[in-house]
Design a protein around this ligand. Structure first.
Ligand code: NIG
Ligand code: FE
Length: 403
């Protein structure tokens, strides 16, 4: 099946800069891009099965949300109020709330409920042109509940026109049945991993390395278990304090380190040397009313690729708009609109170990977003509105009435 998309204003991101092509065309062959360029340069005598005129609309690669915690039940609005009354995120977590309150709600929710909730959230992301998302476990924290959440994530990928990559984050918090026994819990987390991997539930392994999470030594144990299975690692690192987590993840050639407000110069250098992506999460920074900024200029200077994601979760980032994250990455972190878009496409894909998407070039997956915009810098400019007109995922257009 060959489909031609013509009369498009392309933003290819294929080289430095936007990669703008004013009157461009894309030839899609099955799920891949076969040809990308100016319409005037299309090979003559081209025969296609279908042709669409995009009337000059902007086309970018489909967006990639490379860090979400989409599978959970319940909400934490009362904690939001408590924080506004002066309690800190750490204090609430230490008092048994925080992640553990979502764990309690998730454990009692049945699979159809978890699936329905996650689907609704995924659809909100997809409506803004998202074609790939990562989903972490981490609100089950028993072998059965972690597996259940990862299966729900896999089902989302099977039932929606969307690529889902799954990440095992059982090392998210110490569950109540292991209270005071974090080392024993980490041993269990490592024991559960091979079975879940054998079931095909795990694409990567993550941990929360922080004062209210796990120590660097415990994180290493989880990463050793991942390495033994050949699984790539990622890390919630340097969110609330500097634990040297980024350098640790870099030691394991980590795909990404995420959050990074407290990242040190040494951490930046380690990430640059290992090719680890810095995933910046302005939603969590904003919602926790953090004041310490991630070292964007140092990351830029060291040429560490920066990705942007929603970090959607009920505790630190309950939003479902990747476009709003682009805006916040610019206003709060001072990224340029071009860096922000690259962060939610090419670099987001790289944070997931995916080299086949995030730019418009022959051989890439045909994941496209079509926008009612004149210029790609508007993607980071507007907020609270959705300029997405059409989405093509793996060469197939999502139905016009979808969702
Ligand atoms: O990415 N920092 C750890 N994990 C999540 C928050 C989890 C929660 O509060 O439920 C994050 O911010
Ligand atoms: Fe997170």
């Amino acid at each position: 099946m060959k489909t031609l998309w013509r009369n498009a204003h392309l933003t290819t991101l294929a080289g430095p800069g936007w990669g703008a092509v004013a009157r461009g065309a894309l030839l899609v062959e099955d799920a891949r891009l076969a040809w990308v360029g100016a319409e005037a340069d299309l090979p003559s005598g081209l025969e296609v099965d279908a042709e669409h005129d995009l009337a000059g609309a902007l086309v970018t690669p489909g967006l990639v949300d490379c860090h979400t915690h989409l599978v959970y039940a319940g909400q934490r609005a009362r904690e939001f109020e408590q924080r506004l009354e002066g309690a800190s995120y750490e204090e609430i977590a230490r008092a048994g709330g925080g992640i553990r309150s979502t764990v309690a709600a998730t454990r009692v929710a049945d699979d159809p409920t978890l699936l329905a909730l996650a689907k609704q959230r995924a659809r909100a992301l997809m409506a803004e042109g998202v074609t790939t998302i990562e989903i972490k476990s981490g609100y089950g924290l028993t072998q059965a509940d972690e597996a259940r959440c990862l299966r729900v994530a896999r089902r989302l990928g099977a039932e929606l026109p969307l690529t889902v990559k799954t990440t095992y984050l059982a090392a998210h918090a110490v569950p109540p049945e292991f209270a005071g026994r974090a080392d024993a819990y980490i041993a269990a987390v490592c024991d559960w991993l091979p079975g879940m991997h054998a079931e095909g539930l795990v694409d990567a392994v993550d941990a929360f390395c922080d004062t209210i999470g796990f120590t660097p030594a415990q994180t290493r144990q989880v990463f050793d278990a991942a390495r033994a299975l050949g699984l790539p690692v990622k890390l919630h690192a340097e969110q609330l304090s500097d634990q040297g987590g980024a350098a640790l993840a870099a030691d394991y050639a980590g795909l990404s380190c995420d959050h990074l407000e407290w990242l040190s110069e040494a951490g930046v250098r380690a990430m640059a040397a290992s090719g680890t992506v810095a995933v910046l999460l302005p939603g969590a920074f904003y919602f926790l009313r953090e004041t310490r900024l991630p070292p964007v200029q140092a990351l830029r200077n060291a040429r560490v690729p920066m990705a942007i994601a929603t970090d959607h979760n009920p505790g630190s980032s309950p939003g479902l708009s990747l476009l709003l994250m682009l805006n916040m990455a610019c206003t709060l972190f001072r990224l340029t609109p071009e860096e922000a878009l690259r962060g939610a496409t090419l670099h987001g894909a790289r944070a997931l170990g995916l080299g086949d998407r995030g730019r418009l070039a022959p051989g890439q997956r045909a994941d496209l977003a079509v926008w009612a915009l004149d210029h790609p810098n508007e993607l980071a400019y507007w907020f609270g509105q959705n300029p997405c007109l059409r989405v093509i995922c793996g060469g197939v257009e999502r139905s016009a009435t979808w969702p």
